[in-house]
Design a protein around this ligand. Structure first.
Ligand code: HGY
Ligand code: MN
Ligand code: MN
Length: 444
């Protein structure tokens, strides 16, 4: 344990050489697990998961709990114009080392997606405070708004606005899939903050997150040093046909949007299988109007989620989908309109921070695998403004966005310990332009 209070951070530290400082500040696993349990109890659903869709009353309750915990720690709590909540330990000087993630969930959410990264950040701060450590820089933990993008698209909306990738007005006027605007809902839950966006660039950013996929567990690695995030293309497709009587309308006279939606869904699966590699395609939402047993539908609306680690391949997949949609619109004599909901190119994390993550993992004697993230994360937005990377814990059977999402307690706690180690390292690191020359690696 650290003797007394020690100043750390800043390789060119003046007040005594902190590099040989005994860094063995241990996080309090019980406190972390209890907080995960308490947060999971907000918006509980069958199977032990949570539903806290962005800007709903349950999201508000989760936010209130985090603000309370931040204030109990004496952090300076700020809320910005799109509802991002930042708790800052105002010590030292300069830009903070930041961590964080999200607490909004999909409708069938698990207990760890996003929540782990936020609560681990809080735990790191509380552990350093308890050990009497005085970081030379501030440390911040942020709850980013609407990371999931399930209710309001795009996903990672809060962190995207934070880094200046989306205008505030455009974000506030975004409509939810159930109707209201982002700005109205933010005001309704009392989290329409006044702090402007874009926010200040942190010194560095690191996010702890569950992998949400099968790689670490299947290949027998304990933790992941995440090299980047794959590209994401989301669009909504609306197919207008002609509603008609299910019994009297000859098949030759039909203009059936449900058939077109079904053909498009099958095409996406076949496209992903044909392309192989990292290509994934998902139709997650299909709505048919009037959705009645004896009516040939008038319209069908579906969402396409298409991803790849390689931008060229992602563009090729989008082009194939464009061609197929044109073809089936003509075949069935329906009209098809489309709306892009999100489009993010693949992101590579800063090799220096990925190296720091890898060193922390091996430094504690664990096996480590470098891998890209299949899921989107707030870190991919922070990577636009500061040196950034992520730490992955394994996901049992690779299941996520499902109440059955599971990560062992030991991995949750040790992952939090690794987050502390990496943040201490980042406090020590001055990111000079020259040190950015380290060779870039491919995402996979
Ligand atoms: O969709 C995603 O990848 C993330 O869960 N928002
Ligand atoms: Mn997440
Ligand atoms: Mn998610």
């Amino acid at each position: 344990m650290l003797e007394g209070s020690s100043v750390i951070g800043g390789r060119n530290g003046k007040a005594g050489d902190d590099n040989d400082l005994n860094r063995d500040v241990r996080v309090d696993g019980r406190r972390l697990l209890d907080r995960l349990e308490e947060l999971a109890g907000i918006g509980p659903i069958d199977g032990g998961g949570s539903c806290r869709l962005a800007l709903t009353d349950d999201d508000r309750l989760g936010r209130d709990l985090l603000v309370t915990w931040m204030k109990d720690l004496g952090l300076t709590v700020t809320i910005d114009v799109v509802g991002n909540i930042t708790g800052t330990w105002e010590v030292g000087a300069g830009a903070p080392v930041m961590t964080g993630s999200h607490i909004d969930t999909v409708r069938t959410g698990g207990r760890y997606d996003g929540n782990l990264g936020v609560l681990a950040g809080l735990e790191v701060i509380e552990s350093l405070m308890a050990a009497g450590v005085r970081p030379r820089r501030p440390i911040a933990v942020t709850v980013f708004s609407n990371e999931e993008g399930a209710r309001f698209q795009p996903d990672m909306l809060g962190s995207l606005v934070y880094v200046g990738g989306l205008g505030v007005e455009q974000a506030l006027s975004t409509l939810a899939i159930d109707g209201p605007s982002y700005g109205d809902e933010l005001g309704r839950i009392g989290y329409a903050g006044t702090v402007p966006c874009p926010g200040p660039a942190p010194h560095a950013f690191v996010e702890l997150h569950i992998e949400q996929g099968p790689v670490l567990e299947r290949e027998g690695f304990r933790f992941g040093a995440v090299t980047g995030v794959q590209g994401i293309s989301w669009q909504e497709v609306t197919i207008e046909g002609q509603s008609n009587h299910a019994g009297t309308t000859p098949m030759s006279m039909r203009r059936d949007p449900a058939l077109v939606a079904a053909r498009l869904t099958v095409f996406l699966r076949e496209l992903a299988e044909r392309m192989g590699g990292d290509q994934v395609c998902t139709v997650g939402r299909i709505e048919v109007v009037p959705n009645l047993i004896n009516v040939v539908p008038r319209s069908a609306t579906l969402t396409l989620d298409v991803r790849n680690t390689d931008e060229k391949l992602l563009k090729a997949a989008e082009a194939e989908i464009d061609g197929f949609i044109e073809q089936i619109a003509a075949d069935e004599n329906v009209t098809i309109s489309r709306r892009q909901l999100a489009r993010f190119e693949p992101v590579e994390f800063d090799p220096r921070v990925v190296d720091s993550v890898e060193r922390a993992i091996t430094g504690r004697g664990h096996s480590v695998r470098r891998l890209p993230s299949g899921a989107g994360h707030d870190a991919q937005m922070l990577a636009r403004v500061c040196p950034t990377a992520m730490i992955f814990t394994p996901s049992h059977l690779g299941i996520s966005h499902n109440p059955a999402e599971h990560t062992d307690d030991a991995d949750l706690v040790e992952g939090t310990q690794l987050l502390l180690d990496v943040m201490l390292d980042l406090l020590d690191t001055e990111f000079t332009p020259s040190s950015a020359e380290s060779p870039t690696r491919s995402l996979t």
